[in-house]
Design a protein around this ligand. Structure first.
Ligand SMILES: [Zn+2]
Length: 429
């Protein structure tokens, strides 16, 4: 297992570490007492921080050449000296100016913000590995954070949906640039289904389960339900939770908030701040009770489910757009005192105003209009073609004037496959 160390998130907790290091939780930021279990070289190198280690610190020249310490770049353990491997040198990078990270170096940085990587829940896997859900907490250095408003940003529940990863990154990048403006807590959960993310699966691979169908989970239930229950418990008390999804591999979506009409009165004022193009208010019957957002709302935590982009891809323009909205939401909740970008006014609609267009024949769907276009009644949206016989088998046209906010990206379709959704009612921009 030793060769895996040095790549953040890959090393089973404690594997390949000396007993002293294991006891001290070395390599997990925020867990280790100052310097415990570390050799001086490891301390100098900023053990337990994500990203780049200080140039060359604690690493051999070979390690520097191969870029050890940048997640995903270095061959596992390649070029590192044993001490560096044991300590996980380079796991997390240099704190930006003004950020005090709770890590064991004892280095005093400007105390304008505290950052703390935490384990939300960890469950044993069959052979000594662990499934661990982590979060990063950003908070002002008030000493006592009790009573501060808290925003939770959650994503990665569907392991193939990656759009939220960009938002997690960008949100923290902007906070790091202006830490003194942080007046509340931001908890970031990038990967609530880490096994799914690692294996490009939507669900939890070992259970073949859609994790967003098992909330609120159960403390006494099977492992997946236990994880869900612990995650729910961790989110309790938040002023707002934003659960970011990225559609699926088939359909591309305009940034939108989806919420149940039973919660609309409470959630709409928050949803309008998120800078999405669209808020879709579902009828109660269509809202799944086993989703994280539904369960949080039922438990008293205002929760907004965002859908945007498409799975397996990042769309930075959408990520920037939503991040702008998160700052507006943070300002509203008393979590951000800095300037916030202006937010757009979203179109709000109910199920009744959305036209669902499905395939009538199997084949390959070739769109004729771009995603996000305004279309007129009768306008060609695309064709389904039969590659074997070389002919179009269905002309797909708009049932009315409206806005094409969902468009099929994955070409293969069957009778009944969703091709597009149109928000009826003419011009919306
Ligand atoms: Zn999803």
């Amino acid at each position: 297992m030793r060769q895996h160390l040095g790549v953040w998130g890959k090393a089973p907790a404690g594997a390949g570490q000396r007993p002293a290091a294991r006891r001290a939780g070395v390599g997990r930021r925020g867990k280790a007492p100052p310097g415990a279990g570390q050799r001086p070289a490891a301390r100098r190198a900023g053990v337990g921080r994500r990203g780049k280690a200080p140039p060359g610190a604690g690493q051999s020249p070979a390690a520097r050449r191969v870029g050890v310490g940048r997640r995903g770049k270095a061959p596992p353990g390649a070029g590192q000296r044993p001490a560096a491997r044991r300590a996980g040198v380079g796991c997390r990078g240099k704190a930006p100016p003004g950020v005090q990270r709770a890590e064991p170096s004892g280095v005093k940085l400007l105390k304008r913000m505290i950052e703390l990587l935490q384990t939300v829940v960890s469950a044993a896997l069959p052979v000594h590995e662990r499934l661990t859900i982590r979060k990063n907490r950003l908070a002002p250095p008030t000493g006592d954070t009790v009573g501060l408003p808290r925003l939770c940003v959650i994503t990665g529940t569907h392991g193939d949906e990656l759009e939220g990863q960009y938002v997690c990154y960008e949100l923290q990048r902007r906070i790091h640039a202006q830490p003194e403006a942080l007046t509340g807590i931001v908890d970031i959960y990038p990967a609530t289904n880490p096994l799914g993310m690692d294996t490009i699966r939507r669900g939890i691979p070992m259970f073949d389960l859609d994790m967003n169908r098992i909330f609120p989970g159960s403390e006494d239930g099977p492992a997946a339900e236990y994880l869900a229950a612990r995650l729910m418990a961790d989110l309790q008390g938040a002023a707002c939770a934003v659960d970011i999804h990225a559609s699926n591999i088939f359909l591309r979506e305009i940034p939108q908030v989806r919420l149940g009409e039973n919660n609309a009165g409470r959630l709409l004022p928050l949803a309008r701040l998120l800078n999405t193009d669209f808020i879709w208010v579902h009828a109660s019957a269509t809202v799944l009770e086993s989703t994280l957002a539904y369960s949080l709302n039922a438990a008293g935590v205002p929760a907004l489910a965002v859908e945007m982009g498409i799975s397996l891809r990042l769309t930075p323009a959408y990520g920037d757009q939503l991040t702008d909205g998160l700052f507006a939401l943070m300002a509203h909740l008393g979590i951000w005192s800095g300037k916030t970008p202006p937010v757009r006014t979203p179109t709000e609609s109910t199920d009744g105003e959305v036209a669902l267009i499905s395939a009538e024949r199997p084949g390959m769907f070739i769109p004729a209009v771009p995603h996000g276009a305004e279309v007129q009644r009768g306008q060609l949206i695309g064709e389904i073609v039969d590659p074997l016989r070389g002919e179009a088998v269905q002309r797909v046209t708009a049932p009315g004037n409206g806005w094409l906010f969902t468009l099929r990206e994955y070409p293969a379709c069957y009778a009944g496959s969703v091709l597009a959704r149109i928000l009826l009612g003419g011009a919306v921009f």
